[in-house]
Design a binder for this molecule. Structure first.
Ligand code: CDP
Ligand code: CDP
Length: 226
């Protein structure tokens, strides 16, 4: 079967990266986690100690920072200027700052350009917030994953139960709702379902059910299997 691109967007905790990785594995495609790229830039900005108001410095830093994604044992390994930051970019500090950084238009332009290059050869499953609407408007398959705020917070709580036992469900629900709000309301490429993206509400779906649904969609859009 010819290669094509799949765009998967949606809010935090909807299951994008889990599902995108499995779909990519099934089709033999490359998975690209664009949220990891925004997190990598945010980590670098915090590491350099740049303040909220230093927007010009943040943009310059983004332009000269080398971000690489490579398939790793547990998903994607992320390198910033050669350093493995895979674990560091998931910290609460990065999560708390990433939506502010990703609202800066020039930073989005730099990362969008890289993302378009990564998908140019097709055979890519890319997940994020603006992939179907902005980065890959011509993606052959577009999916918008969503789920209730409560279930998304419950999923996150399960993930961090061992490492951050003090965080409550209420706190996570608040954090997720706030990040959704910032991502949906920013001026540049906000989180929005592209008109031609298929909406899948995963609130009551298992991971294999969602993966199957997307693979079916690929078959019906593209025709044929592997
Ligand atoms: O995995 P999680 O849903 O927590 O978020 P993520 O996919 O790692 O994305 C982190 C943040 O990066 C989002 O909350 C957005 O602010 C930003 N982002 C974006 O603006 N555009 C994208 N294409 C991907 C992520
Ligand atoms: O990338 P995004 O933030 O959209 O979500 P994720 O990190 O892929 O998924 C968040 C958590 O929800 C993971 O622990 C998944 O295993 C879980 N999940 C689930 O339980 N049921 C689904 N249908 C989808 C994801």
């Amino acid at each position: 079967m010819e290669k094509f691109n799949i765009a998967i967007d949606g809010p935090a905790g909807a299951g994008k990266s889990t599902i995108a990785r499995l779909v990519a594995g099934n089709l033999g495609f490359v998975y690209v986690d664009t949220g990891a790229m925004y997190r990598a830039v945010t980590w670098k900005i915090l590491d350099e100690g740049l303040g909220d108001e230093q927007t010009a410095e943040m943009i310059a830093l983004t332009k000269r920072t080398d971000i690489r994604l490579t398939p790793g044992e547990n998903g994607q390994t992320v390198f910033v200027d050669g350093r493995d930051v895979t674990g560091l970019i998931r910290s609460a500090e990065v999560t708390g700052n990433v939506s502010r950084v990703s609202s800066i238009g020039e930073i989005r332009e730099v990362l969008t350009r890289k993302q378009k290059e990564m998908a140019a050869g097709k055979g890519v499953v890319m997940d994020g917030r603006d992939i179907g609407s902005h980065v890959l408007p011509n993606a052959e398959v577009k999916v918008f994953l969503t789920a209730s705020v409560r279930i998304r917070a419950e999923r996150r709580l399960r993930e961090i139960a061992d490492t951050q036992p003090d965080v409550s469900l209420e706190q996570l629900m608040q954090d997720i709702a706030e990040r959704d709000r910032m991502d949906e309301q920013r001026e540049v490429s906000p989180l929005k379902r592209a008109p031609d993206a298929v909406l899948i509400d995963t609130t009551e779906m298992t991971i294999p059910e969602v993966v199957d649904r997307i693979l079916e969609l690929c078959k019906s859009r593209i025709g044929g299997g592997k």
